[in-house]
Design a protein around this ligand. Structure first.
Ligand SMILES: [Mn+2]
Length: 569
């Protein structure tokens, strides 16, 4: 409570009665670097999604259903814990009645502050932008040094010069500058990577581009000289002063996705969609080749893990040690860099928790009596060859019931229906989403997450703008990468999800049409299938899928591993 007491004193100095502390950072990272974990530092809550409102007398933590239980364990009785997605959850803002509520404008976006202000009208408080981050004032020195490396053309397939040229063409002619605040956009554009953030090989930075001269001003804390034309490097902390120094120049920036500070401080702003987003979503041939290579490497690791899992069932292990073993198999490949999210290793009822992350000491032993005999593993890796993978498979521990098989088969049929789809150019993910759900719907089942997401090239595993969801209206285009991952979750029992990544390519059958091209190289378990539910075409798809995947990995498997995987698929 000492930290909270000190914070309240600083709040008073700044003339605010409440302060907003989100779990995310200035770049909206889901995985925040350690020195940006302000929420955890101030109160001890370690969940990846939360907002703490500190008033003079109260402490209110908003989080989602994944973390409410964890919050109760990590926080004491002084905290009120609120489920942020519960419709009545915002009633807790009544505690701010009559107060001035401060926030850090580099962390919050315009739409978030508009939402707080809307609630403020209802609950009688007002919002105030506070330039200094008050938690940073207490934490002291929070400067990090970025280890920046540049990627060669053999991996990126496009030089920074060419990328800069391509994006400047997308910025309105009258603009003098373009300000970029998205890490994945900047890292892609400059062909740089780093290790500031867990799971995402990016560097903490901002960028200002002079449109006419194509001069690059990069704000990053590094002592390295970067071999990039036209670049000047500045201290990360000087970004705001530089923007202010541009005064009446015409400055393009993505208003919706940038810190609200830019909207508040740029006099002559022009709202543009971040021009790098669409360009980086459509992979070039070199990037696609990197993806294919990474998927072959990753398939080997998954197949070895699959064999290991079954061979060690008798001895037993747990969800965490299984996830660790999978990482070791990935690490056997010299090109493996790191995982791109924390492995979801869920056995039985834990498989039904969509974002489950096992913790040592709290996870299930495998096998355990009374558990449903299904194991779900969703994981992915970054490889510096370079590519990014994301895959979900289920393993059968033996003794699956008709219900398990019916659900697994419905999920698989949905996956196949979508993966097999041929669709006209201009089709968006929202048009295709129902294909993956159709067979589940016909037996009264569904899943509450999206069906597919874009994937970054050695950046972030979740990348827009495309997606296969009920709401995503971005047309799917050739050379985009997307996941297909329908699932079904029976709370308290089991979870099912079959996920592959695909590249989108021109249809081989019809001009003007597109189709999916398989990237993932991991056979699909067949022992959980109810074959009487499958059509001949579906069986043919599955056989071809498993044959292609096995062919890609077999030379790197031992005879025992190969025999095992062949028998299971
Ligand atoms: Mn995924």
């Amino acid at each position: 409570m000492e930290k909270i007491t000190s914070l309240r004193a600083i709040m008073k100095e700044h003339g605010i009665g409440a302060y907003v502390i989100p779990s995310t950072d200035e770049w909206r990272n889901e995985y925040t670097p350690i020195h940006k974990k302000r929420l955890q530092w101030i109160c001890g809550f370690s969940g990846s999604n939360g907002v703490l409102i500190v008033t003079e007398s109260e402490l209110i933590l908003f989080t989602d259903g994944r973390y409410t239980l964890q919050a109760k364990i990590e926080l004491d009785e002084n905290y009120t814990i609120v489920d942020m997605y519960n419709p009545s959850g915002c009633d807790a803002m009544d505690s701010c009645k009559g107060l001035v509520v401060g926030y850090d404008p580099m962390i919050q976006t315009l739409s978030e502050i508009e939402y707080y202000e809307k609630l403020g009208k209802r609950f009688g408080y007002s919002m105030k932008s506070v330039e200094d981050n008050l938690v940073d004032v207490l934490m002291g020195n929070t400067k990090n040094i970025s280890n920046v490396k540049t990627l060669p053309l053999e991996i990126t397939g496009m030089s920074t010069d060419d990328k800069i040229k391509a994006i400047t063409e997308k910025v309105p002619q009258e603009c003098d500058f373009l300000v970029l605040t998205s890490l994945s956009s900047i890292c892609w554009l400059l062909n740089i990577r780093g290790n500031d953030i867990p799971y995402n090989p990016m560097v903490l930075c901002y960028m200002i581009l002079e449109i006419k001269t194509k001069k690059i001003h990069l704000f990053v804390n590094t002592s390295k000289l970067l071999n990039i034309n036209n670049i000047t490097i500045y201290d990360l902390n000087s970004f705001k002063d530089h923007v202010k120094g541009l005064k009446s120049s015409k400055i393009a920036f993505d208003k919706k996705n940038s810190p609200i500070w830019l909207t508040q401080n740029i006099q002559n702003g022009i709202d543009v969609e971040d021009p790098a987003v669409m360009l980086k979503a459509m992979k070039n041939p070199v990037e696609l080749e990197g993806f294919r290579k990474a998927h072959r490497y990753d398939g080997v690791a998954l197949c070895k893990f699959w064999f290991w899992f079954h061979k060690n069932l008798e001895k037993g292990f747990d969800e965490v040690s299984a996830a660790e073993r999978l990482t070791e198999f990935r690490r056997e490949n010299a090109s493996f860099v790191e995982e791109n999210f924390s492995t979801i290793s869920g056995y039985g009822s834990n498989g039904a928790i969509v974002h489950y992350g096992p913790k040592k000491g709290f996870c299930k032993a495998i096998p355990s009596p009374g558990e449903d005999p299904i194991y779900l593993v969703d994981s992915g890796g970054h490889y510096d060859c370079a590519g990014t993978t994301d895959i979900t498979r289920m393993f059968d521990l033996g003794g699956a019931t008709d219900e398990h098989k019916t659900c697994y088969t419905a999920v698989l049929k949905g996956h196949i229906a979508l993966a097999n789809a041929v669709f006209p150019e201009g089709t968006a993910g929202s048009h295709l989403d129902a294909l993956a759900r159709y067979y589940l719907w016909q037996i009264g089942l569904d899943y509450s997450h999206g069906t597919g997401h874009g994937v970054g090239h050695f950046l972030s595993v979740h990348e827009g703008p495309q997606g296969i969801t009920k709401r995503n209206n971005v047309p799917l285009r050739e050379n985009m990468i997307i996941s297909i991952e329908p699932g079904y979750y029976k709370e308290g029992h089991f979870g099912m999800r079959i996920e592959n990544l695909y590249a989108i390519k021109k249809s081989s059958k019809f001009p003007g049409f597109l189709e999916f091209d398989l990237l993932s190289m991991v056979p699909i378990e067949t022992s959980l299938i109810n074959f009487s539910m499958m059509t001949q075409d579906e069986i043919a798809w599955l056989q071809s899928h498993n044959r292609v995947a096995l062919e890609a990995v077999k030379s790197n498997l031992t005879p025992q591993e190969l025999e095992f995987v062949s028998n299971r698929s």
